[in-house]
Design a binder for this molecule. Structure first.
Ligand SMILES: [Zn+2]
Length: 543
């Protein structure tokens, strides 16, 4: 039992905006009251629901590939190595599993969504998530280049495709569906890409990216998934991609949809020399279409590692930078590319990207629909979120940073004109309440009775970066893991899993396709429940 007294509570889902109120915890849940137990005096502190990361990359084959490709990062030990009961880990842009859990919890985050998992790698991903302590986890499954799904969408067999998607979610023990560069990764297997929404995908007769986007968004809605289709649009990172992004939003056709790392999809111009921000145009369209949520995918200057299922984009990035490049093709399902990258303030393109991420966070007016991410480790590492929070909360500090940009970048962006400052209430929305709602996790992102007892307590400080980098206490599932600003202990997390409804006869359809096309037998493909860490299963789609 635990009581937190005297702190100012920021709990947007329950309408609490800095109200001094007692928070009581028993058996890992928030309760009305407790008799006895430990008391944490939070006077002079602020109390937030634990952070929820809607889009991050922390586990699985691609991450391991990235860790192996950046041996220089292995020099960055985590600050936890000396601690009793905690495990060793490596930090840097792609921390190892134990370090990932400690670093997230050390920043006050208690739930993370691994945003890109091929079904074929789901076993490996679950094993790494199991090794990622403290935080609760979910994953989204890559579907927009899955050959079985694409063949059905091309044939107009959306109903059967729905059962296949339902079965695949069941087989991988995942939470939702991810679409990455729809059709483009399939085309990449022929050395091509798919950058126009209504152009036929290489290797197909009539299938277009628009058909994939529209079909999958509808399927996610019809399956009743708690989290809508999680979409990485075509043409990521390319100058002029605003047209593709807007065409994609139209192709979604009113269905619910989460747009990942929006920053990478809001560029004007025709080529790198003429690239400019189109955040105003994108934010205006987004503000008027409530079927969308998004995360920022903000960029910070410094070292990052770009990792994405978007194979063709990664090849282009490799050509542009001459840095190391890794390419993974996942048979019949998806691909992946990895390129270490350094964002530089003096580089015009990077400066525009830096500005666009902040602009979208400031121009999209409903914080319940736009969340803080860096598309870790693509735009920056997750443990740098407090730097962004400080810039969102303090317009003067932000202006000082904007003034350092190259003069040319200021002409191509609007960041210098934006005065908005986030309140603590809004920070609690974009880091916790909003993403929990978008993920469809009713027990996360708030401090009402019945919620999971994930609570972060910060010492109030005018410097938002300092305040949010070093929480005073972090409580995960009712256990105090950070005490007096120090990570003291570790707990195991849980894995959130969806069990959708599908026609069991779909297995008779899939089995011969596996026989014909996969190197793995159908029976060995699904993830056994025993591999999943403390699975918390939600059924959906039942009448
Ligand atoms: Zn991502």
């Amino acid at each position: 039992m635990l009581r937190i007294t005297g702190g100012k509570v920021y709990d947007p889902a329950n309408g609490l905006d800095g109200v001094v109120r007692e928070i009581c915890i028993d058996h890992g849940k928030i309760v009305e009251q407790v008799a006895g137990g430990r008391v944490i005096d939070a006077a002079g502190m602020i109390v937030f629901p634990g952070g929820v990361d809607v889009h991050t990359h922390v586990a699985g084959g691609a991450l391991n590939f990235a860790r192996a490709m950046t041996p220089e990062n292995q020099r960055n030990a985590t600050p936890f190595l000396h601690k009793e009961k905690l495990r060793a880990g490596i930090g840097g842009p792609t921390p190892t599993t134990f370090a990932t859990g400690y670093l997230y919890a050390g920043m006050g985050y208690t739930t993370v969504n691994e945003a890109a998992v091929p079904v074929l790698s789901a076993k490996h991903t679950h094993e790494e998530l199991r090794d990622t302590p403290i935080v609760d986890k979910s994953m989204c499954l890559l579907m927009a280049n899955n050959e079985i799904v694409l063949d059905l969408l091309e044939a107009g067999e959306v109903e059967r495709a729905k059962h296949v998607v339902g079965w695949l979610i069941h087989a991988a023990k995942s939470w939702g569906v991810k679409a990455v560069n729809p059709g483009g990764v399939a085309a990449w297997k022929w050395g091509k890409n798919a950058s126009r929404m209504n152009e036929v995908v290489t290797g197909y007769n009539s299938l277009t990216p628009a058909m994939i986007v529209g079909g999958l968004a509808r399927i996610c809605d019809e399956l009743g998934l708690p989290h809508p289709m999680h979409l990485h649009c075509n043409n990521l990172g390319a100058p002029g991609n605003i047209a593709t992004t807007l065409d994609t939003m139209k192709a979604v056709d009113g269905a619910r949809c989460h747009l990942a790392h929006l920053q990478f999809h809001a560029y004007g111009g025709d080529e790198w020399d003429t690239m400019r921000s189109e955040s105003v145009q994108l934010a205006n369209y987004f503000n008027e279409h409530p079927n969308f949520t998004a995360d920022a995918g903000a960029v910070l200057f410094g070292n990052a590692v770009t990792i994405t299922a978007d194979g063709p984009w990664q090849h282009l990035l490799y050509q542009l930078t001459g840095r190391k490049w890794g390419n993974l093709d996942v048979e019949n399902e998806t691909g992946c590319g990895i390129v270490p990258y350094t964002y530089k303030g003096s580089n015009l393109v990077n400066a525009i990207q830096w500005a666009v991420g902040l602009e979208l966070l400031l121009l999209i007016n409903d914080p319940w629909r736009m969340y803080l991410t860096t598309d870790h480790p693509n735009g920056a590492c997750f443990w740098r979120y407090p730097e962004i929070i400080h810039m969102l909360m303090n317009a003067d500090f932000r202006r000082e940073q904007v003034a350092k940009l190259p003069a040319k970048a200021l002409k191509r962006t609007v960041i210098a004109e934006l005065d908005r400052e986030y309140s603590l209430f809004e920070i609690a929305i974009v880091t916790s309440a909003g993403p929990a709602r978008a993920l469809g996790m009713p027990h996360k992102g708030h401090l009402g009775v019945g919620a999971d007892a994930d609570v972060t307590i910060y010492h109030e400080n005018p410097d938002g970066e300092l305040m949010f980098r070093y929480p005073r206490y972090v409580i995960k599932g009712g256990e105090v893991v950070v005490e007096e600003g120090d990570l003291k202990s570790s707990v195991e997390g849980r894995q959130f899993v969806i069990e959708p409804q599908f026609d069991p006869a779909i297995e008779d359809y899939l089995r011969p396709l596996f026989q014909q096309y996969y190197t793995m037998s159908f029976e060995n493909y699904p993830v056994e429940t025993e591999r999943v860490e403390h699975p918390a299963v939600t059924e959906c789609g039942k009448e």
